[in-house]
Write a protein that binds this ligand. Structure first.
Ligand SMILES: *[C@@H]1O[C@H](CO)[C@@H](O)[C@H](O)[C@H]1NC(C)=O
Ligand SMILES: *[C@@H]1O[C@H](CO)[C@@H](O)[C@H](O)[C@H]1NC(C)=O
Ligand SMILES: *[C@@H]1O[C@H](CO)[C@@H](O)[C@H](O)[C@H]1NC(C)=O
Ligand SMILES: *[C@@H]1O[C@H](CO)[C@@H](O)[C@H](O)[C@H]1NC(C)=O
Length: 370
């Protein structure tokens, strides 16, 4: 309750501030607002040439921001990076487009080799389930420098040759570049796999029950991917973290609004091909913020599309239904869609267990799925 009151107060203050500033657009007391218009003009000019945008040095408070955030602001407008590893035939190619039902799009850093290996053997295995085609893609940038970078680039190149499941672009694979990675993937999909009906967008350390996902998506009434769908662990009225010590710190210079639009936790969410392509098209006009799941929510909000909540997706906490249930209990997981986070060995164990028809579940969990 107290949190609600605080949220409302903060919203109210923001409204007041906005009214005050809009009273006179060229008001000297509003350096941030004044500067936004100028920045947009320059950003547009810089979008094609990815050069450091030094405009930001004149923004109040810029020099007290961390080097990582300064770096983000300098290159925020850059959206086009060369592709290093492509998968032109992942969805059948131009000649024989394949009817991909569920495309698994997994964010992974080059060094996470063990996680990718575990996923290939478990829930992200490429296969058909109930007649529906499942395909897998890991999306990465580059990591490290010098010899380390060379080594990791070679590693992912070997994996690419062996498994045909890696997309890599030439940008620094960092926490603050996750939104960039997301946009680059959507651009790729628009070109190479626009027919994919549904996508699971997620991290490389989650347990995704892809059998259940196919069943859930199949059960949707009159949506075979050609209508809006965006569902997962829904967050509403989330506030940007304004504490510089926090990993998720978002300074005003990056995001001015008091509240984030509704969004689904980035550990994993399901969306239709229709919605993925719509987000890609609108994203060119939505300025990048470093938190990729919030960014997706921002794009949806611009289009007046709503993200939805699915009980079976648990990306923030454990959400154990009762004390009797262990967090690694396959009987708990077998009715879910997605849960994070797991070690590769746990993923392997759980994937075998949940699909075991003779799994002795004492408590019959009521299905959360349908
Ligand atoms: C804003 O205020 C300045 C100085 O007070 C004034 O010269 C200018 O005309 C005002 N602009 C608008 C749009 O009201
Ligand atoms: C855009 O960039 C060009 C080339 O650097 C420059 O001549 C031009 O003035 C810039 N335009 C704007 C609006 O900043
Ligand atoms: C920053 O402001 C100074 C003084 O107003 C100006 O001379 C300089 O060109 C500005 N720098 C950029 C990159 O806009
Ligand atoms: C994002 O990637 C670009 C291209 O490699 C790099 O210049 C930039 O520093 C990265 N940004 C962050 C915040 O890591």
């Amino acid at each position: 309750f107290i949190l609600n009151v605080i949220t409302i107060l903060r919203l109210f203050l923001t409204k007041l501030k906005t009214l005050w500033y809009s009273h006179n657009a060229s008001d000297k007391t509003s350096p941030l607002t004044n500067w936004q218009g100028e920045r947009r003009r320059v950003s547009q000019n810089l979008t094609l040439r990815c050069e450091q945008n030094t405009m930001f040095e004149n923004v109040s408070g810029f020099h007290s921001l961390s080097p990582m955030i300064q770096d983000f602001l300098y290159y925020r407008h850059c959206r086009s990076f060369p592709i290093i590893l492509d998968l032109p035939d992942k969805c059948g190619g131009d000649d024989e487009p394949e009817d991909v039902f569920l495309l698994l799009v997994i964010k992974s850093s080059p060094k996470n080799y063990e996680r990718r290996e575990a996923l290939r053997k478990t829930w992200a295995a490429e296969r058909s389930y109930k007649g529906k085609v499942i395909r897998r893609i890991f999306i990465t940038g580059t990591e490290g420098s010098g010899f380390e970078e060379e080594k990791l680039n070679k590693l992912v190149r070997w994996e690419h040759q062996h498994y045909n499941d890696i997309l890599q672009w030439d940008f620094k694979d960092s926490f603050f570049n996750l939104t960039l990675k997301q946009i680059l993937f959507l651009e790729w999909m628009d070109r190479r796999c626009p027919q994919a009906r549904f996508l699971l967008n997620g991290d490389d350390d989650v347990f995704a029950h892809t059998d259940n996902m196919v069943e859930y998506l199949q059960s949707l009434k009159d949506n075979n991917g050609n209508k809006h769908l965006f569902t997962g662990h829904l967050l509403k009225n989330a506030l940007p973290v304004r504490n510089p010590e926090n990993k998720y710190f978002v300074p005003l210079q990056v995001y001015e609004e008091e509240v984030f639009p509704p969004y689904c936790g980035g550990g994993g969410y399901l969306l239709s091909g229709y919605t993925a392509l719509a987000i890609y098209k609108i994203s060119v006009s939505v300025e990048i913020i470093p938190i990729d799941d919030v960014y997706m929510g921002m794009c949806l909000a611009v289009m007046k599309l709503k993200p939805d909540s699915h009980m079976g997706v648990k990306t923030l906490y454990w959400h154990i239904p009762s004390r009797q249930v262990d967090k690694y209990d396959p009987c708990y997981l077998k009715d879910l869609l997605l849960l994070h986070k797991f070690m590769p060995s746990d993923l392997y164990f759980l994937w075998q267990e949940v699909r075991n028809p003779n799994l002795p579940c004492i408590v019959t969990h009521y299905s959360l799925l349908f």
